[in-house]
Ligand binder design. Sequence first.
Ligand code: SAM
Length: 273
Amino acid sequence: MNPPIQDFQYKISLGQNFIFDEALLSSLVEQTPLKPGDAVLEIGAGRGDLTLMLAKKAGQVIALEIDERLEKVLLDRFSRLDNIRLVMGDVMKTDLGALMEPYGVFHVVANLPYYLTTPILSMLFRTSLPVLSVSVMVQKEAAQRVLAKPGTPEYGPLAVMAALRGRPYETIQVPAACFTPPPKVDSAFLVIPFIENPLLDAGEIALFERVVDSAFFMRRKTLLNNLMKTFNFTRQQALNCLSNLGIDEKARGETLDLDQFIALYRQIKNEIN
Ligand code: SAM
């Protein structure tokens, strides 16, 4: 176990729950689809322990970290390694396309700052960048939302978008005590290998996401009502979209699986054009 950083005030607002246990970090890296020599984007380097573990296997690690107080520690720790590039910045404001362009295809690995779990995963699920896989530590409940099946309370846009881009699975659950400081929740490590041939073109994702968001907009309302509201459809227009697919007019969005969402997206695209 690596000792904690001296006198460091962890910022809970930045989701700073670090992992120092080398055995755990090593097993996390082993659970990712990362192959020797591959490029990895790490979101939130923290004190750099996961980064260093990734660098043992990866060809190149690009580590992003927002907290300027960690820059010196990280530069010191990475100074003897030429396959780690540290970038100080906010992942939500960084041009990841420009950042990752020199490395071609890449994996994303992170012990995520939990306050940004949904925005970061949503961004990765809609990206047109050549992502091979996303392997992330998340709050246990967030893992359930990514893995949720149709008709369950956890099923929502995150599960549909995850299924569109990859084949997500959970590898291990990690108790709060494995983190410094321990968060209030237990965690799970999710691995999402992205599918090689995307089911939709990059230019189609925005409208697809709108259709999915609309389906879950008001969970207690019917899909028909939600579609009318979002797309400004008449009842007949919305009905046509559903009946062409054999979907009952009283159906709720949460009952649709990925294939039905893709088919619905195509109907709506036709109806709009
Ligand atoms: N990778 C380290 C580890 O496993 O011990 C740290 C993980 S910690 C859960 C999350 C890290 O993300 C923190 O270092 C935090 O400062 C950083 N972070 C928070 N918000 C961020 C953002 N918007 N962009 C980049 N990094 C961020």
